[in-house]
Design a protein around this ligand. Structure first.
Ligand code: FES
Length: 567
């Protein structure tokens, strides 16, 4: 069989006889009910993440059926297959440990199975980043479809939703202002429908960025999971995937222009800090030699244009009703590179020619003249505590703490913090800086532990925020003055490993700096006596620890990055 075979004849199994391989494959497909007419059509693979362990994907079977319908309508044949499904709150120690595993599995299945194009269906936090990485690396035309966000819930007249309100109400409960019965009621109201978290957390952020990168059809980022709009989008995605299957092979649409546009969107939506790790990884997979410190300035000067929690007050369904991402892109048009391609195959300029700027009724979306907030929602920091960079979501922090110097209280791990934070012998005031280490990519696969809970007795005294610094991540739905992703991380000997209780830590967001105010001579002595924590004994965790790159390089595995951007 020739190398330019298409459809089910692609990539024949190696039996040493191509004719036999083709004949055997078709015999087994006949057993599955496919006739010769079916097998003459372009094949669209549909990689889905249906799992009882991912409640956010509860309606995914319906979405997959809608994609299949679109494929059939356009003359293709759909082949659905399961991918690693990562449910954020149901994985231990953290879903981030499995992002690269899921990406590698998706990439390998796309390479190994006969298909002419692929639709990845995901939604929850790490599924979309994994599928983006696979889409860039697998060498087949790819589109993403997401489940879409949940609708918001109500509790005693208050509108609420996952997960900004999860954290706020839990904080109230810890402070003794919500009773056990009340928090039980809230628990039933936070996530009322299928879909992903309905604030601008990581899932919603990554959906917006996927659409901005040109890997999802316009309008796909915000249509809520339970709506017909979501299903109609899925049908359109199936149709478009057949066009891609028939088109000559092309390069990935991720390029310098689309990546810069995505970073501008990230700043304008006040998106998740996690997106910076994922976007840097995607860029490097696409051959763009960018680090965290390179992408920070690309967001400079971009104001906040979307009013969604946690930086704003509203929910994703409000953003959707105001027109979603196409209207936001229209508002941002003067800042964007409109030569970038959309998932429809036209340019962003052609798409935006048919979109109106936001009218007064679309007030979830601001304009460059009347933004929702100043620039600088997400700030990339550097300094002696994070020479390769760190991140803070300044838009969700307490303004008085954005310039703060305080003595460190150091925790060796998330478990250590959990054990000690409410210990009455811990000497701590609101002025202290909570330092968490050994929670970076190698240390602990970056759990969302960076927004450490405040000590109960400070909460009861009315303290609502403290400066926290770590090499961990935090949920995109969280808020507070939290410095994350410090690189190099502690587990490989980064400066965070050298901090001692009582050392002064200075955060100066306006200057873009996070510093450890300890003399270099003193640090040298500490460095000489430092030794790295032991690696896991076996299994995926050990492989991950041996090959994970830093958060500043996207926390990808070194052997998955193309040689041009390998360090
Ligand atoms: Fe799945 Fe939030 S837990 S998107």
């Amino acid at each position: 069989m020739s190398d330019d075979a298409i459809g089910v004849d692609r990539g024949l199994t190696s039996y040493g006889d191509a004719g036999f391989s083709r004949y055997l494959r078709r015999a087994f497909l006949a057993a599955a009910g496919y006739d010769r007419d079916d097998l003459a059509r372009p094949v669209v693979g549909i990689g889905h993440t249906i799992s009882d362990y991912v409640p956010c994907h509860r309606q995914m079977p319906e979405i997959v059926k809608a994609v299949e319908r679109g494929v059939l309508q356009a003359g293709g044949i759909p082949f659905s297959f399961p991918l690693t499904a990562l449910g954020e709150p149901l994985l231990s120690p953290t879903s981030m440990l499995y992002r690269n595993l899921a990406a590698m599995q998706a990439e390998e299945l796309v390479r190994a199975q006969p298909l002419d194009s692929v639709v990845f269906v995901g939604g929850c936090d790490k599924t979309v980043p994994a599928q983006l990485l696979a889409a860039v690396s697998a060498g087949r035309p790819a589109l993403l479809e997401v489940t879409g966000p949940m609708l918001s819930g109500r509790w005693r007249g208050q509108r609420m939703g996952a997960c900004t309100d999860c954290r706020r109400t839990w904080g109230e409960h810890r402070a003794g202002r919500l009773s056990n019965d009340e928090i039980d009621e809230v628990e039933q109201a936070l996530a009322p429908t299928a879909g992903t978290c309905m604030v601008m957390g990581t899932a919603s952020t990554m959906a917006c960025l996927t659409e901005s990168l040109g890997l999802m059809l316009p309008g796909g980022a915000t249509a809520p999971a339970p709506t017909g709009a979501r299903l109609r989008h899925a049908v359109q995605t199936g149709r478009r995937a057949v066009e891609l299957a028939r088109a000559p092979a092309s390069e990935t649409v991720v390029c310098g222009a689309s990546l810069r546009n995505a970073l501008i969107v990230l700043a304008a939506i006040g998106g998740s800090t996690n997106a910076l790790v994922h976007l840097v990884a995607v860029a490097r997979r696409a051959g763009l030699d960018l680090t965290l410190r390179d992408v920070g300035p690309m967001m400079d000067g971009v104001p906040l244009l979307v009013d969604c929690k946690p930086t704003g007050t509203r929910y994703l369904e409000d953003f959707e009703q105001a027109g979603g991402l196409p209207v936001l892109l229209k508002a941002l048009e003067p800042l964007l590179d409109t030569t970038a391609a959309t998932a429809r195959g036209d340019s962003l300029a052609e798409l935006l020619a048919r979109v109106e700027p936001p009218a007064p009724w679309q007030d979830v979306i601001g304009t460059l003249d009347a933004p929702k907030g100043p620039p600088g929602t997400l700030v990339v920091l550097a300094g002696s505590l994070a020479p390769n960079g760190a991140v803070i979501k300044a838009g969700a922090a307490s303004p008085p703490l954005l310039h703060h110097t305080g003595p460190a209280v150091v925790f060796e791990s998330p478990d250590d913090a959990l054990r000690l934070l409410d210990d009455s012998s811990l000497e701590i005031t609101a002025e202290h800086v909570l330092v968490l280490r050994n929670a970076g990519p190698v240390g602990a696969a970056m759990p969302e532990a960076g927004s450490l809970p405040l000590p109960k007795r400070l909460l009861a005294a009315g303290v609502r925020d403290m400066v926290r610094v770590s090499d961990a991540r935090m949920s995109g739905t969280a808020e507070g003055t939290v410095v994350l992703h410090c690189a190099p991380e502690a587990a490989i000997g980064g400066p965070l490993a050298l901090v001692r209780d009582g050392d002064l830590v200075r955060l100066d967001v306006a200057a873009g700096a996070v510093d450890l105010l300890v003399e270099e001579r003193q640090l040298e002595k500490r460095r000489a006596s430092w030794s790295p924590p032991a690696l896991a004994e076996r299994g995926w965790l050990r492989l991950h620890q041996q090959h994970s790159l830093g958060a500043d390089l996207g926390a990808d595995l070194d052997f998955l990055v193309p040689p041009a951007t390998r360090r």
